[in-house]
Design a binder for this molecule. Structure first.
Ligand code: A2P
Length: 333
């Protein structure tokens, strides 16, 4: 099998470092790695796969060499500027920012859901929002079977989703220090405010969940609403998902549909206090589903509690899995 050259942009960040961990774990056929970050960390050393790598400053010339895939997680403006430069030089960018997600020319991929969309990439593939990814893993098999009419998302999102600065706000906040990243203390608090507010009163994070659900499931007729909340948890997003279907369902069958779906681990034994927990999901690539119960207030509906590590399945693991599928696609051609 051919070996590929992979670049990591934002290699010193929260997601970037996890790219490296997951690349190592999933054993992609990689010949050379190139690590990029801002000028601030140029020259710093990173230990990876038994070798020491030197972080380079990302510049317009960074992709003037034989790079096949670039995993980007260095913020939206870096992606906006540098992803097209990389793509113009024959690199396929897998971008973790929101910059390209809703571009109709850019596939938005959760490998368990729509890996086939990788085939029509034009040099950029977008990694969805962290909260959307885990929701899609759980909802896709249910949509295929019962056709979703409406979804209500309520999220409980970890501080690591706001990068290193978000993580430090909780760590320092627990010691009594004032926040630097969030507009209010996150220790002992819940902030119903993730990303910026939009004219419709929703946050950008909430609208990402609405729009990305439509794009990934390929169905704009689904009614979606969301409330996204930052909670004092270091890692893993938890989500209450209320789903209404067009078709009737049998609850045991629905549980089996979820259990048989790729990427899902069912944890649903409330009598023994078994349900998905942020602490248990942290450090893993799976999506955990539990508290599966009929919504008795509607004709055909269900409530789910869905948890996944936001830095892994919500970002780095999903992106590396996209890279894995992209390589499989190239190899199959
Ligand atoms: P650096 O460490 O040099 O600032 P996080 O979201 O966890 O804070 O990580 C952000 C990542 O994006 C870091 O690796 C950071 O590098 C990188 N980054 C931020 N701005 C730029 C930029 N303009 N060019 C390249 N990398 C950047």
């Amino acid at each position: 099998m051919k070996k590929y050259n992979v670049a990591v942009v934002g290699a010193t960040g929260m997601v970037g470092r996890t790219f490296l961990k997951v690349l190592e774990e999933l054993k992609l056929p990689v010949e050379n790695y190139y690590l990029f970050a801002s000028a601030r960390s140029a020259g710093s050393k990173v230990e990876f796969m038994g070798k020491e790598y030197t972080v380079e400053e990302l510049t317009e010339n960074s992709f003037d060499r034989d790079i096949d895939i670039a995993l980007f997680s260095a913020g939206g403006s870096t992606s906006e500027k540098f992803a097209p430069i990389a793509a113009s030089k024959g690199v396929v960018v897998i971008d973790n920012s929101s910059a390209w997600r809703m571009d109709p020319e850019v596939p938005l991929v959760v490998p368990e859901v729509n890996a086939d969309d990788i085939a029509w990439n034009k040099g950029i593939i977008a990694n969805p929002n962290c909260s959307t990814i885990q929701a899609m893993v759980a909802l896709k098999p249910l949509h295929d079977k019962y056709k979703i009419k409406r979804v209500v998302y309520s999220t409980y999102q970890a501080v690591s989703g706001a990068g290193m600065a978000g993580y430090m706000d909780l760590e320092n906040g627990l010691k009594g220090e004032a926040p630097k990243k969030f507009p209010h203390p996150i220790a002992g608090n819940c902030l119903p405010h993730i990303d910026v507010f939009l004219p419709n009163g929703y946050t950008k994070e909430e609208m990402k969940m609405v729009n990305e659900t439509h794009k990934i499931l390929g169905d704009d007729s689904i009614k979606v609403t969301a409330t996204t909340v930052r909670v004092p948890v270091f890692n893993s997003h938890s989500e209450s998902i209320n789903v209404e279907f067009h078709n009737q369902f049998d609850l045991d069958e629905l549980k089996q549909v979820l259990a048989d779906a790729p990427g899902i681990v069912i944890q649903d034994d409330p009598e023994n206090n078994v349900y998905p927990l942020a602490l248990n999901a942290a450090g893993t690539n799976e999506t955990y589903v539990g508290r599966i119960r009929r919504d008795e207030s509607v004709e055909s509906g269900v409530n789910l509690w869905v948890v996944a590590d936001n830095i892994r399945k919500g970002a780095a693991a999903n992106a590396v899995q996209i890279a894995q599928r992209l390589i499989e696609y190239w190899e199959s051609k």
